[in-house]
Design a protein around this ligand. Sequence first.
Ligand SMILES: CC(=O)N[C@@H](CCC[C@H](N)C(=O)O)C(=O)O
Length: 378
Amino acid sequence: MDLAELRKIRRELHQIPELGFQEFKTHEYLLHYIHSIANDHVEVKTWKTGILVKVSGTKSKQLIGFRTDIDGLPIFEETGYDFASKHPGNMHACGHDFHMTIALGALKSVIEHRITDDVLFIFQPAEEGPGGALPLMLSDVFLEWYPDCIFALHIAPEYPVGTVASKTGLLFANTSELFINFKGKGGHAAYPHLSKDMAVAAGAFISHVQGIIARNLNPLDSAVITIGKMTSGHVQNAIAETARLEGTIRTLNPVVMSQVKELLQRLAKGFEIMHDCHIKLDYGSSYYQVYNDEQFVQRFKHVTKKIGIHYAEAKEAMTGEDFGFMLKDIPGFMFWLGVNSSYGLHHAKLKPREEALEVGVNTVIHMLRELSMEGKIS
Ligand SMILES: CC(=O)N[C@@H](CCC[C@H](N)C(=O)O)C(=O)O
């Protein structure tokens, strides 16, 4: 598939970003395209808004999986693109439009030029939340087509086009969503002594949360707590009876994640006393770390050298990915694809360079061929 076709697909997908498990138009678009290129060697199954496509190999000994995520984020786009999101308030701000396009490009190539082994293309919903990977893995469809090995990519705004990056071992963090609800006593803005102001309590809580990392955790254990959304009150001249903080926790190992949750609970208890209120903590969905298998990363490096793509050694990142659940049970790896954008992931102005689409397709196809040629990694 040439760049013009890849660009066309990416731009069409970019206009229809949908949130986790609501990717109905995206599902329809993908399914339509997949059926338009399918032949007798292709089988298609669906799971919720996800799609699994199996292309049979010429003399298969294994099933190689390639996974892409398909959902968007609740972010108002500010790219100024003439093909910007037609779903106001939603945006492909994490590159899943790129991931899907690359998967379709690689799928088309594998259908036209079959490889030895069977290949499973997984179009997975809800990566940004609440997480599609784990329930998909438990589904009948996945259990029937359980891959022997698997890999995936993620766009990387900080790397130039033509560079890919990965590393052995830990690549992405453990994550947990965080929702904190405050309930106090509302009242007239002029009578603070008769109320329990939850805007003040929640504001103070945000500052104290950072003290957990600075003063409670071992400085050698990395962690991040980010509160990305704060809501409270109804009107400017009334004291807010409720407040809600929404955020996420990131750690480099599961033990530190439990420690952070325990410390948050303790902080909340203290705040309940201090602000005479009730605080409820919920954790939403949690993702397991992305941990790359060394043998796959070595094979990947070999492939990049063979096809003349620059390989950079990545550092661990505090980003999360529910692909970590797949890598927990299935050998494989994940890599970053350079897309050179001055605005980063989850930014309303993210503008990945479209030339990276060709690099992505080329890299995926060659990795599939490498894994198929060399046989199973035990
Ligand atoms: C690659 C990426 O950006 N992934 C997301 C995953 C979010 C999981 C969940 N909603 C959470 O916030 O914990 C990320 O924000 O890292």
